[in-house]
Write a protein that binds this ligand. Structure first.
Ligand code: HEC
Ligand code: HEC
Length: 252
């Protein structure tokens, strides 16, 4: 009975005012997160903020790290910095291992283990998570909202998409519109890793968890060789096909 009364009281709240107030607190949380993202006092040394490695509103500095140290791309211990652009729209779980369901848990690990900072408050983690989730993808003027190429896209982009969705087999893992997938996969790169989103991919190199590939051409060649072997495909991709695939990736 008491519960019913509470529900009745909630329903009686003037709705527009209620919605306005909660929208405002959501914006405030994102603004607080933006400030924290640029706050060096989160690190033990007071020298490093999230933006040090994720500059340009949460993008990537295109470097490969062990802890706070830059290591050569391809070092098996190294992890390349992912972009946060579009983070709120992804299917994959967090980290290159692709097995951390909560972004707050992931960010806590980065503050405590990588940045050697103090144990963060719950509100700090929530604000950082809200900011990261709010970041849009970079502009993709030749893409429809569902991730397919627009009619106005160049012919090579459209051909690349058809290959990507067709005989090249890429879409069995990189699913539009975010072009990633929930659950890690072992593609013979040294273990199981997250299927990373391919949105913004022309700006996120070096590629793979350890930054081993400097170019999209090398990455696409590796992925195709893996898929062909795994699926026992009799299809082949010509050099021109691979160039079309790269043209499509550049439109993402
Ligand atoms: C020293 C460079 C560095 C700093 C500082 C840094 N990051 Fe990162 N960030 C990385 C690297 C490298 C990874 C990938 C690590 C991994 O998965 O093993 C990563 C991964 C992430 C991820 C997971 C992304 C995904 O797609 O799975 C999030 C979220 C993130 N960082 C947010 C932050 C926030 C918030 C801060 C500040 C509290 C921060 N980072 C500070 C380098 C950095
Ligand atoms: C079986 C699942 C699977 C298939 C099929 C697949 N990929 Fe991937 N892809 C992955 C995984 C997993 C990674 C990350 C590997 C790593 O980090 O070691 C990846 C990474 C990539 C990257 C690098 C992204 C980055 O940010 O580092 C590109 C580009 C890519 N794939 C394109 C393709 C293309 C093109 C095809 C089709 C020819 C394809 N993939 C097929 C699972 C797959």
């Amino acid at each position: 009975m008491k519960r019913l009364l509470v529900i009745a009281a909630l329903v009686a709240l003037p709705l527009p005012a209620f919605a306005q107030a909660s929208a405002q607190t959501a914006d405030q949380k994102i603004e607080r997160g933006r400030a924290l993202f640029n706050d060096k006092s989160l690190s033990g040394s007071g020298q490093v903020s999230c933006a040090t490695c994720h500059p340009m509103n949460g993008h990537t500095d295109n470097k490969t790290y062990v802890g706070l140290d830059v290591v050569p791309d391809g070092d098996p211990r190294g992890r390349s910095t992912p972009t946060m652009w579009g983070a709120g729209t992804r299917l994959a779980e967090w980290s290159w291992a692709g097995n951390i369901p909560s972004i707050e848990t992931n960010i806590r690990g980065i503050i405590v283990n990588r940045m050697k900072g103090e144990e963060p408050a719950k509100e700090t983690l929530e604000a950082l998570a809200a900011y990261v989730r709010s970041l849009p993808n970079g502009p993709a003027p030749f893409l429809n909202p569902d991730g397919t190429p627009r009619n106005t896209a160049q012919a090579d982009v459209k051909r690349g998409y058809d290959l990507f969705a067709g005989k090249a087999g890429c879409m069995s893992c990189h699913v539009p519109a975010s072009y990633d997938k929930k659950g890690p996969e072992d593609v013979g790169s040294g273990g199981a890793f997250k299927v990373p989103s391919l949105r913004n991919v022309s700006k996120t190199g070096p590629y793979f968890h350890d930054g081993r590939f400097g170019s999209l051409d090398e990455t696409v060649a590796f992925m195709w060789d893996f898929y062909k072997k795994k699926s026992d495909s009799k299809d082949t991709l010509s050099d021109a096909d691979k160039r079309d695939l790269v043209a499509f990736l550049r439109a993402l």
